[in-house]
Design a protein around this ligand. Sequence first.
Ligand code: FAD
Length: 377
Amino acid sequence: MTRDAELVDVLVVGAGLAGLHTATLLARGGHDVLLAERRPALTGAVRTTGIFVRKTLDDFPLPPDCLGPAIRRVVLYPPSLRRPVTLDSDRDEYRVGDMGPLYAASARAAVRAGVRMELGTRYVGRRADVYALEGPAGPRRIRARYVVGADGARSGVARDLALDRNDHLLVGAEEVFAVPAGTEVPAFHCVLDPSLAPGYLAWVVNDGQHAHVGVAGYPRRFPEGLRRAVARFGATAPGLAGVQRPAEVERRGGPIPVGGLLRRIGCPRGLLVGDAAGAVSPLTAGGLDPCLRLSEHAAEVLDEALRSGRAAALDRYDGAALRTSFRGRLALRHGLAQVRTPAVATAAFALLRTPVGRAAARRVLFGDRSFPSPARS
Ligand SMILES: Cc1cc2nc3c(=O)[nH]c(=O)nc-3n(C[C@H](O)[C@H](O)[C@H](O)COP(=O)(O)OP(=O)(O)OC[C@H]3O[C@@H](n4cnc5c(N)ncnc54)[C@H](O)[C@@H]3O)c2cc1C
């Protein structure tokens, strides 16, 4: 049955940022990499706002023409939207990626490095070391020395390798549209209101080029559905003075794993990266920095395994060890999940108005901490 399967060093499933980065690093190391992505084009069905934090911008060479203007201001609002807390940084803290072109540029870099990119190609399952794909030309079978699950929060590769799976998920959705330049100071507006965003935040990111208006929270706590919640928030959302929402907007959305990095993210057959590995900050729900850093570690251990011929090199890819640095953020996530009514949110917000509260918020929002980076250390 396996005789006519195509042979590759590594099959990477999923061409989000995690899969693209892992595949590119492995191909640059001289390995034969096939990257299978179910979307027919990487510019469609974007699932992220695309806010990159300063640490990521400092450490990774993202294409500058795919990044929006710098944001230095965060404004935090209670449910009433009255007396918000404004935090300004003296550094450029965030830039919003123009994600379609950014994925396309990353894909071109992957192909230049030697990655064989198969779009419109879905991973459907595994039997031993043979992986079944369904592509534009029909079913294909790939025999891979290793497989990388970069297939997002509900990873099929994790299921088939019997690795850990995300079971603590938020869902988020947003509308994106162009805004006239110069209407507002570029800012990230966050509203703490569990009636709009149960367990997380509602946000407006307006960088003077685009506005992203969104909400995220626990799926079972949106009685009227996520899309209605976005519409309701959009009707009174802050940070959009002088901006008219157009009739046609881009809609984005998807699950966000916030249970912290999973413990078992590797085995002798392969490993998980990005959302598939739960590599998302449980507090901020930011996953772009973690997915890039964990991908570097993944590429490093796979490179060692391929060169040495020893699958034991993957033992080093240990989610349980890295997970310890998430403890504080998991505790804060637990706290945020308990904020169930606007009255509790209003009371909690009072803390943010104190010097201690403001300092804590600055540490979370403008701090230098990022995902632990074992590959670099
Ligand atoms: C609404 C929203 C807003 C967000 N905003 C931010 C933000 O501003 N900043 C931030 O840091 N984080 C943000 N996040 C989180 C962040 O986007 C993710 O953590 C990050 O994009 C994960 O990248 P990834 O490559 O692991 O997964 P993904 O980008 O989800 O990529 C997975 C890929 O796998 C493909 N795939 C899935 N199954 C298969 C299959 N069977 N066969 C082939 N391909 C498959 C999918 O099509 C997809 O392209 C946000 C998340 C959401 C939902």
